[in-house]
Ligand binder design. Structure first.
Ligand code: PLP
Length: 463
């Protein structure tokens, strides 16, 4: 790959990953032949595991046993680890001492649970900038109002605050950061506005928490939802953290073992607290992984996460902006995380994403990002491309994307693309079928490129 003609702001800087992640050196096959170190610029969808998380999981597995169910020593070990993980996740978001931490599968799961706990008749307010996970559980109720977002996060907050001031809402459900533009919402201000109007606040923390520290007690946030797989702990756990009164009064999210105190033919006494909503055998591996990710992120020096991400975001926005033929959506918000959406007018976003993958080994997201209403109001009703950074991202990763786009705009793709089996891809794709990939690469050490390799792309014959 040559970077020769890139403008100055796009030239490589010394910025490396902030924390080691698993798979940072993994190579993927290219449809043009050879392999390339995989550049994961899709952290907003799912982030790779932190090495610390993978180590913790590896140490747990030999000691893993049933949770809350067994008298065996290892059952008690697993139960203790599971409950310690709960404490850790609560501490990570600055929970109040009497808050409850319910382990869920994900943010979607957590928000769905909360949506079933709104007291009867309670009205809910959301904006149309939300990811579907924080829109559809509310939108399905006739007691929900969806306000239109403004031209920036501040204007969206203004619209929400104005609507709240009219009174009558039980809950404001708002994202901490947009998964489309990366814009950060002013949560302290919104919490004050909600409480002044007698409403509570639930925050979708899926995109904010991987990038920013949040203290829900200090910020006046009543609940926050999060996903482990976006927090470098992809082992199937998420959480809902916050006030217990609505949750204790709600129907159990799942009916089953562990959620009950006593079961008779004619009556069931349900547990309260987290147990009420965690029926079934809990995901102890996911919870311990999530807690380890929380501990690792919390141990970063103050400001390190923000500084790393701000530098990469700036590199991305400036580099994309310098490419003629690329339009960045809301490039300079007042406050934003490392999530940048852009389009190449005249080119199908999915075709460009397929090119980046097939010819450069770069992974981005394309489409409408599960935020169709927001995509419409941003003027990208058919979708765009999204590059998102994480603690494992380096400036070389951003360079790889910029170089690939520059090449695309200058000379087009080398291969021909079309819709194959329902998805864009090269019409003639010599890469192994994705389903066969693991069998092919397991134990194939040469697929791991040294991170300081002078060239990320190896032009060896394709496998
Ligand atoms: N909220 C936001 C802002 C998101 O970006 C996402 C996922 O992309 C979700 C919620 C849903 O997260 P999950 O798929 O982990 O439930």
């Amino acid at each position: 790959m040559t970077l020769g003609t890139l403008p100055t702001p796009c030239r490589p800087t010394a910025l490396g990953p902030l924390l080691p992640v698993v798979g940072a050196a993994t190579r993927v096959p290219l449809a043009t032949g050879g392999r390339a170190r995989y550049v994961n610029l899709d952290n907003a969808a799912s982030a790779p595991a932190l090495e610390a998380v993978a180590d913790r999981v590896a140490r747990l597995l030999p000691h893993y046993a049933s949770v809350h169910r067994g008298a065996g020593y290892l059952s008690r070990v697993s139960t203790a680890l599971f409950e310690a993980a709960r404490e850790r996740v609560g501490a990570f978001v600055g929970a109040r001492p009497d808050d409850v931490v319910v382990f869920t599968r994900s943010t979607t799961d957590a928000l769905d649970l909360l949506s079933r706990a709104v007291p009867d008749g309670g009205r809910v307010l959301v904006a149309d900038v939300e990811h579907h996970a924080n829109l559809l559980p509310w939108q399905r109720s006739a007691r929900t109002t969806v306000v239109r977002g403004g031209p920036d996060a501040r204007a969206t907050a203004d619209a929400l605050a104005a609507e709240l001031a009219g009174g009558g809402y039980a809950l404001l459900a708002v994202t901490g950061a947009s998964n489309v533009t990366g814009e950060v919402l002013p949560l302290h201000r919104l919490a004050r506005a909600a409480h002044a109007a007698g409403a509570r606040v639930a925050v979708d923390g899926a995109q904010l928490l991987p990038h920013r520290r949040v203290e829900i007690a200090a910020a006046g946030i009543d609940w926050i939802a999060l996903s482990g797989h976006k927090l470098y702990a992809p082992f199937g756990a998420g959480a809902l953290v916050g006030r217990r009164d609505w949750l204790d009064a709600a129907e159990p999210y799942l009916a089953g073992g562990g959620a009950t105190l006593d079961v008779r033919a004619d009556a069931v006494r349900w547990a309260v607290g987290a147990d009420r909503h965690e029926a079934g055998s809990p995901n102890v591996v996911g919870a311990v992984a999530l807690a380890e990710a929380c501990a690792t992120l919390s141990a970063l020096p103050d400001g390190a996460l923000e500084a790393h991400e701000a530098a990469l975001r700036e590199q991305l926005v400036e580099g994309l902006g310098a490419l003629e033929g690329v339009v960045v959506v809301r490039p300079h918000p007042a406050d934003a995380v490392g999530v940048v959406t852009f389009t190449l007018p005249g080119h199908d976003a999915s075709a460009v994403a397929a090119y980046l993958s097939a010819e450069h080994g770069v992974g981005v997201r394309d489409g409408r990002f599960c935020a169709h209403r927001f995509a419409d109001s941003l003027g990208i009703p058919t979708g765009g491309l999204r590059a998102s950074t994480g603690v494992g991202t380096s400036s070389r990763d951003v360079e790889r994307l910029l170089g690939a786009l520059e090449q695309f705009l200058a000379s087009g793709p080398r291969l021909e693309y079309g819709v194959v089996d329902g998805a864009w891809g090269p019409l003639d794709d010599p890469r192994p079928a994705p389903a066969d990939f693991l069998e092919l690469v397991l134990d194939d050490a040469p697929l791991d490129a040294p991170l300081d390799a002078p060239d990320d792309v190896l032009h060896a014959p394709a496998r």
